[in-house]
Design a binder for this molecule. Sequence first.
Ligand SMILES: [Zn+2]
Length: 98
Amino acid sequence: MKIPKHVTIGGIKHTVKRKITPHTSTDVCYGKYSESKSSITITSSRNVGKEKKLRTFIHEVLHGINEDRNIGLEENQIDCMSGGLYESMKSCKLNFSE
Ligand SMILES: [Zn+2]
């Protein structure tokens, strides 16, 4: 799976950007979801592997769904869901482009 340039969340097209450091906080951060900018930013750092970037993409999409649907998931719940979803998608070689 390749990280796309756009993804639709809640019927709204979001831009997927690449940036070396998505956050300015002191926390280790590989991605960021912005509802107001309709965007997801994924790290472009060469020190972060492809799999981690894909996991981060799914994680940020789940943040978007969480906001759009007003689910109220906490960070650790999103992290658990994104890890499980990534593993399942990878195991069945899910490819939406076929
Ligand atoms: Zn998060």
